[in-house]
Design a protein around this ligand. Sequence first.
Ligand code: GLV
Length: 307
Amino acid sequence: MTIYYIGNEKKYNALKNKFEKENISLKCYDNDVNPLDVEYALVWNQSESTFEKMKNLRWVSSLGAGVDHLINDINLGKDVIITSIKDEYLPLDMARYAAACILQEQKRFRQYRQLQDSKSWDFVKEPKIKRVLILGLGNIGQKISSVLQGLGYEINGLSNSTKKISGVKNFTKGLYDPEMYEDIQVVINVLPLTNETYHALNEQFFKLLPPNTHVVNMGRGDQMPGDDLLQYLKKNPNAIAYMDVFENEPLPKNHPFWSHPQVMVTPHIAAISRISSVVKQVSKNFHLLKAQKEEQMIGVVDRSKGY
Ligand code: GLV
């Protein structure tokens, strides 16, 4: 029995070797493979027609936490089980990224690097960064909240249903609730990409931000139309956008973000599911599925919710 791999070649060998130790064969899905032979697949960034002819596909695991690339694929059969990777380290990694963005602004590292270039022993006043809004209070949002609270920040948090999280001012009236934005200096997006969140961080959202609010997008690029962000940055010259996710990845070479002085680009690395966690979870799920214990599989996605 084989799991077919569709994804970045760089990860393939490491994954294959680790799966071998679990007595599972991992093969790259290429032109030599008959799509009808594919029952199990491990997938990231597939092309549009990948699933079209895989009529015997039973289960597809994402290679990461996100599953939007699978849920939104119209060629993926409705009965195919989708699982996401639940890497126990991922929320902390995401929280570190979020904290790094805020601390870099708070402690003015970008400005001090410039001063260093001119050998100036000058001081730059620290900005007021006191309250941070986290959009999405799942595992990741909660971890970000606890790490940022540890650093002394106050937290507003948006969720669908009420969440009682120590120290967090919770909002549940949706993304366009003006109260949620009062007196924040940073907004961090970790919402999953669903029909509701597609293009939701748009002009209407940017209008609600207090002047020069810093923006950290670690959710999905398709939630934030690039032109709307650029307009916002133009009107708010002291705001910085930390962007880890983009509408098109890799970010095209001619995209204005690359050279924009207010945009910090990272190549979707805020947190990457560890190979060892992927292999552990996918192997477990593989054996459970073969033993017809689907209901015990880890990370099964509820397609109606979109995550
Ligand atoms: C990364 O964005 C992931 O979904 O794991």
